[in-house]
Design a protein around this ligand. Structure first.
Ligand SMILES: C[S@@+](CC[C@H](N)C(=O)[O-])C[C@H]1O[C@@H](n2cnc3c(N)ncnc32)[C@H](O)[C@@H]1O
Length: 221
C-alpha cells in the first residue's frame, strides 16, 4: 500500500500479449511465470509516466520481452543493460552454466545473439534498445529519467550494490524500483539482492509494494 494515499503500489492486472507470453515461456532464462506477470504489471504501470523502462541483466531476453511488450503498450522504450559475458554463477563449471551460449571463436559466453533472436521472434525488436557494457559504466554516463528500474544483473554484493547506486538516482518520482531474487532467508538464496532491497526501504525514499516470489516492487516517493 502507498501509506500516503492508501492506493496499492501496483493497480493493474494487465497481461502481456499471448505471443509475448509464449515467447517468454520458450526463452532461456531464470524468471518463473508468476514473477514475470508481476514484472509486466509493474512495467505497464510505470509506463504511464511516459519515461523509459530500464532493466539491468538482459541474459537471453526472457524478462526483456515483458518490458518490451509493456513499453509498446505505453509508447515508451525499454532499455536493457548487459555485457553478455554472464554472471559468476553462469560461467563454465558453475550451477547455471549453459554451454549453448558460449561463443566458440572467443571461447567465452555471449548471450547477445540469443537475446536478439528472442526479441526478433516475438516481434518486439523496435521497442528495445540494448546497451552492451558493464552496468556501472553505462549508469555513470546515463542522463535521462527512468520510469522503472529493474535490477537483475550480477548477484554479488559488489554488483548488486553498484547497480542500486548507479541506477536508482535516475528513477523519476513515482517510478518503480523492481528487484529480482530477494531472499530474506539465506537458505533460499544469495543475500545481495535482499540487502539492496533492505537498503531501499531504510532510505525512506520508497513505498513498499507487492512481493511475488522473489520479486519486489517499490515506488519512489
Ligand atoms: C540473472 S541473469 C539475468 C536474467 C534475465 N533478467 C532473465 O530474466 O532471464 C544476469 C545477467 O546480468 C549480467 N551481468 C552481470 N553482471 C553485470 C554487470 N556488472 N554489467 C552488466 N551485466 C552484468 C550477466 O551477463 C547476465 O546475463
Amino acid at each position: 500500500m502507498n501509506q500516503a494515499t492508501d492506493e496499492p503500489v501496483t493497480r493493474t492486472a494487465a497481461r502481456p500479449e499471448p505471443r509475448t507470453l509464449a515467447a517468454f515461456e520458450a526463452a532461456k532464462g531464470f524468471m518463473p511465470r508468476d514473477e514475470g506477470l508481476a514484472l509486466y504489471a509493474a512495467a505497464v504501470e510505470a509506463g504511464a509516466l511516459g519515461l523509459p523502462l530500464l532493466e539491468v541483466g538482459t541474459y537471453c531476453g526472457r524478462s526483456t520481452l515483458l518490458l518490451a511488450d509493456a513499453a509498446r503498450r505505453a509508447g515508451v522504450t525499454a532499455l536493457t543493460v548487459d555485457h553478455h559475458r554472464g554472471s559468476e554463477e553462469q560461467q563454465p563449471g558453475w550451477e547455471y552454466h549453459d554451454p549453448e551460449v558460449v561463443d566458440p571463436v572467443v571461447g567465452r559466453m555471449d548471450t547477445l545473439p540469443t537475446f536478439r533472436r528472442t526479441l526478433h521472434a516475438a516481434g518486439l525488436e523496435e521497442h528495445v534498445v540494448a546497451l552492451v557494457g558493464r552496468s556501472p559504466q553505462v549508469a555513470a554516463v546515463w542522463g535521462t529519467p527512468l520510469g522503472l528500474v529493474f535490477i537483475d544483473g550480477g548477484h554479488t554484493e559488489e554488483h548488486a550494490t553498484a547497480d542500486y547506486e548507479g541506477w536508482t538516482p535516475h528513477l523519476a518520482p513515482g517510478g518503480l524500483l523492481v528487484i529480482h531474487d530477494v531472499f530474506p532467508d539465506p537458505a533460499d538464496g544469495g543475500q545481495a539482492p535482499h540487502h539492496i532491497h533492505e537498503r531501499a526501504l531504510a532510505s525512506g525514499a520508497y513505498t513498499p509494494g507487492p512481493a511475488t516470489g522473489s520479486l519486489r516492487v517499490l515506488r519512489r516517493r
